[in-house]
Ligand binder design. Structure first.
Ligand SMILES: Cc1cc2nc3c(=O)[nH]c(=O)nc-3n(C[C@H](O)[C@H](O)[C@H](O)COP(=O)(O)O)c2cc1C
Length: 261
């Protein structure tokens, strides 16, 4: 098997780290890989915040839905979708004035620009993740950085056109993390559709989750009225407090982006 593919197939999230620090060379390789990732128009529409202040890590461990392991990671990187750098330059270099002279309407960064910058940030993040993995360093994404936008904006000194997309914790995995079973994935036909979207029927969905439902229900009758995996997931994730907060926070982020501050 090809070594890179083998690496990709064996990756799993790592949430417990040994005391071994990440060396300066390892840190550099992780950052270099991130910055070498493909980027839309070669514009690097992202910034990476390295969180070295332990106090700040502790705060993030709380603000990101109380996940204490964040504060134990020797390397913590936040990936921002960042149009601020380019927009500031457009303004200071006279680009808007020239556009006006040519009859072109100046504009602010909008939703499409944000989505493109999010793509950049995530692609860079995953290049960092794979580089770390190749050096035996584990990582875990923290989606909860999307929550509490106003708090994170203040904590991280964020201007309106630089918004958190994801956070990555890195560290050498403990023995138990190395030995931990890999998570499962949906079968390929569910994910890979040929030439157009296959909208699954209720029967197909029920069949797809039959095993998960059976596992969920196997230890006798549940007392919470849950009868299948969909109901369980809906209550546990989709309507959970963190999910409500994430959507509120992202709405605030989008408002700030669209207002320009
Ligand atoms: C966008 C994103 C956000 C995630 N957020 C968190 C998180 O906040 N906390 C956490 O412990 N794991 C988080 N994870 C890790 C997932 O839980 C993990 O990838 C998933 O359970 C599959 O496990 P595996 O990575 O070991 O295959 C996140 C992963 C992604 C891609």
């Amino acid at each position: 098997m090809n070594q890179t593919i083998d690496l990709l197939m064996k990756r799993k999230s790592v949430r417990q780290y040994t005391d071994q620090p990440i060396s300066p060379d390892e840190r550099q390789a992780i950052l270099d890989a991130a910055m070498r990732a493909p980027t839309a128009g070669n514009m690097m529409l992202y910034s990476i915040l390295e969180i070295t202040d332990q106090e700040l890590k502790q705060q993030l461990a709380v603000t990101c839905d109380n996940q204490p392991f964040i504060a134990t990671a020797p390397l913590v990187l936040i990936f921002l979708a960042d149009y601020q750098r380019w927009f500031d330059y457009y303004q200071s270099c006279g680009a808007e004035d020239l556009a006006k002279q040519k009859g072109i309407q100046p504009r602010q960064p909008a939703e499409g620009d944000l989505l493109l910058a999010c793509c950049d940030a995530l692609i860079a993040a995953h290049a960092a993740c794979v580089a770390a993995e190749a050096m035996g360093i584990g990582s875990c994404y923290i989606g909860d950085i999307l929550e509490r936008y106003e708090t994170h904006q203040q904590l991280l000194n964020l201007p309106p056109y630089a918004v958190p997309v994801t956070m990555l914790c890195f560290g050498h995995p403990t023995r138990s993390q190395i030995d931990r079973q890999m998570t499962s994935r949906f079968p390929e036909p569910v994910i890979v559709h040929q030439n157009g979207y296959h909208h699954m029927s209720a029967a197909e969905l029920e069949q797809m989750f039959a095993e998960s439902t059976a596992r969920l229900m196997e230890h006798g009758k549940r007392t919470d009225g849950v009868e299948n995996f969909g109901q369980f997931n809906y209550l546990r994730k989709f309507t959970s407090e963190f999910s409500i907060e994430m959507n509120r926070s992202v709405r605030a982020m989008l408002d700030a982006w669209n207002r320009g501050g």
